[in-house]
Design a protein. Structure first.
Length: 75
């Protein structure tokens, strides 16, 4: 599943980052790397952006970028 499919209140772990070049670099610059835990805090009414917490930082991630982040649900 991708980060875009995660529901509000779920904690997920990053499995893989898709994409290349500047897009992948932008995601990694936000601190989103393989093995990182992400908590989904809020999704805007139209689904863009998605607000997350990772490494004690609160971030807003665009829907297009969320589709490039493959995650697994942490029970």
């Amino acid at each position: 599943m991708t980060l875009r499919e995660a529901k509000v209140g779920q904690t997920v772990r990053v499995l893989k980052l898709h994409g290349e070049g500047p897009v992948k670099r932008r995601i990694m610059d936000m601190g989103i790397t393989k093995g990182q835990q992400i908590y989904v805090r809020k999704v805007a009414p139209l689904g863009d952006p998605i607000e997350i917490t990772t490494r004690n930082y609160e971030l807003s991630v665009r829907k297009a970028d969320c589709e490039m982040i493959e995650v697994e649900l942490i029970p």
